[in-house]
Ligand binder design. Structure first.
Ligand code: PMP
Length: 409
C-alpha cells in the first residue's frame, strides 16, 4: 500500500468506536497515551484469523498450521520494516513494552551487571522502565543513576553527560514521556552513550503511535514498544535488539518452542528470536498488530503528526486560558499529551466530571510516581490525542473543563 495524504474524515471513519456514544454524549476519546483505539482493519484481521486460519504455529505440518506460521513470521518482517530494522530475526514478540524491558533487564542481571556497575535512566521514566532496573540493581549491586528533568519537563543533558562513565553498562530512556509529552533528544543520547561504548535501550511505547521510527538510523541497541498503543491488540509487543546483543542475552522464559533439543542431561536453545519466545505465543495479537502496522504504513504519517501538533497547540492555548489551570510538562519538543491540574480539584474528580460529558481522559500518576513527585503533585488529569481526534474533540474537552471550573467555583 502506498501512503495516502492524510485524510482526516476517512481516518475517523476507520475507527468504529469513535462513532459511539457514552453516557448519551458523543465519545471524545482523549486517553490515547493509555491505549489506542482499533481500526476496523485490525478487528477484521483478528476475526479472519480465528474464522479461517486458527492453529498453533511452528509445530504442525498441516495446512492451517502453515497458514498461521506464515502469518506470524510475515508479521515479524512487517515489524522490522515498521521500525527500520534490516533483520527480522532481531524482532522478538513479547507481551508489550513492560515484558520487553523485563526481558532485557533479566538478561543484564544474568550476563552483564556486577557490583558497582551503573544503569542510567531518567526521572521521567514510566514505572516499566524503572522497576526492572531497580530489581536488577538489587540483585547485582549495580547502581541506578537518574537523569533529572527541569521545571518544563526537559531532560538535563549536561547532567546526563556527566553521569556517563566506564561504570555505565546501559542507558535506558523513554523516547516520549507518557505523563508530560516531552520528546527526548534520543539521537544525541545515543551518540553520547556510544562514545563511551555504552548500549542504549529506547522505550518507544509513546513514540511509535505518533511518528515513524528508524532503529537503523538511530543506532540504538534495543527498542521496545506495545501493540495496543499503535492501534493493535493488547497483550502483544516488541523487543527489537541488535543481533549481537540478543545473542548475548540468555532466554527469559523456557519451555516449548524455544528449544533446539531437550535431553534430561541438558537442553540447547534455538537461535534468535526463537530462544526468547517460549510457549504458544499470542498469535492473534501478532496478526492484529501486523494489521495495525499495515494501517499506519498506508497513512501519511507526516501529515498525521502535523495534525496532532495542531490539536496540541489548539488545546494548549485554550486550556491555558482557563483560570486556575496548571499545565505539567511544557517542553518545547512535545507530543500531543497535556497533563493538567485546575485549582485544587482532585484529578480523579476532573476525570469523573469530564466523563459525564463523554470526554475520556486519564487521572492518576500515569505510572510515573517519581516524576509527579518531582513536580510536587500526586496525580494529574491527562488528555492525550491521536491522529483521529479532531478540533471538536478539543472544544468538547475545553467546554467540559470550563463547566467543571464553574461548578467547583
Ligand atoms: N513506557 C511508556 C512510556 C508507557 O507509556 C507505557 C504504557 N503506559 C509503558 C512503558 C508500558 O507499556 P505496557 O503497559 O503496554 O507494557
Amino acid at each position: 500500500m502506498s501512503p495516502q495524504l492524510f485524510d482526516f474524515a476517512q481516518v475517523r471513519a476507520d475507527f468504529p468506536i469513535l462513532a459511539t456514544e457514552v453516557r448519551g454524549k458523543p465519545l471524545t476519546y482523549l486517553d490515547n497515551a493509555a491505549t489506542g483505539q482499533k481500526p476496523q482493519l485490525v478487528i477484521d484481521a483478528i476475526e479472519r484469523y480465528y474464522a479461517t486460519e486458527n492453529s498453533n504455529i511452528h509445530r504442525g505440518v498441516h495446512y492451517l498450521s502453515e497458514c498461521a506460521t506464515d502469518a506470524y513470521e510475515a508479521a515479524r518482517t512487517k515489524v522490522a520494516s515498521f521500525i527500520g530494522a534490516s533483520d527480522a530475526d532481531e524482532v522478538v514478540f513479547t507481551r508489550g513494552t513492560t515484558e520487553s524491558i523485563n526481558l532485557v533487564a533479566h538478561g543484564f542481571v544474568e550476563t552483564i551487571l556486577k557490583e558497582g556497575d551503573e544503569i542510567v535512566i531518567s526521572h521521567m521514566e514510566h514505572h516499566a522502565n524503572i522497576v526492572p532496573w531497580q530489581i536488577a540493581s538489587q540483585k547485582t549491586g549495580a547502581v541506578l543513576k537518574v537523569v533529572p528533568v527541569d521545571e518544563r519537563g526537559v531532560l538535563d543533558m549536561a547532567a546526563f553527560e556527566q553521569m556517563l562513565s566506564d561504570k555505565t553498562k546501559l542507558v535506558a530512556i523513554t523516547h516520549i514521556s507518557n505523563a508530560l509529552g516531552t520528546i527526548n533528544p534520543i539521537e544525541r543520547i545515543i551518540r553520547k552513550a556510544h562514545a563511551l561504548n555504552v548500549p542504549v535501550l529506547i522505550d518507544g511505547a509513546q513514540s511509535t503511535p505518533h511518528m515513524p521510527v528508524d532503529v537503523s538510523a538511530l543506532d540504538c541497541d534495543f527498542f521496545v514498544f506495545s501493540g495496543h498503543k499503535i492501534f493493535g491488540p493488547t497483550g502483544i509487543g516488541v523487543l527489537w535488539g541488535k543481533r549481537e546483543w540478543l545473542e548475548r542475552l540468555p532466554p527469559y522464559q523456557s519451555g516449548g518452542d524455544m528449544i533446539e533439543k531437550v535431553d534430561f542431561e541438558g537442553t540447547t536453545y534455538k537461535g534468535i528470536p526463537g530462544k526468547f519466545e517460549a510457549g504458544t505465543p499470542h498469535i492473534e495479537g501478532v496478526i492484529g498488530m501486523a494489521a495495525a502496522i499495515d494501517y499506519l504504513q498506508s497513512m501519511d504519517r507526516v501529515g498525521a503528526l502535523a495534525h496532532e501538533s495542531a490539536l496540541l497547540t489548539d488545546a494548549t492555548e485554550k486550556l491555558s486560558a482557563i483560570e486556575g489551570m496548571r499545565l505539567i510538562g511544557t517542553a518545547p519538543e512535545k507530543a500531543s499529551v497535556i497533563s493538567f491540574l485546575i485549582n485544587d480539584i482532585h484529578p480523579h474528580d476532573i476525570g469523573t466530571f469530564l466523563d459525564a460529558d463523554g470526554v475520556a481522559v486519564r487521572a492518576g500518576h500515569h505510572c510515573t510516581q517519581p516524576l509527579l513527585k518531582r513536580f510536587g503533585v500526586p496525580a494529574t488529569a491527562r488528555a492525550s490525542f491521536a491522529f483521529y481526534n479532531n478540533f471538536e474533540d478539543v472544544d468538547r474537552l475545553v467546554t467540559a473543563v470550563q463547566k467543571m471550573q464553574r461548578f467547583f467555583g
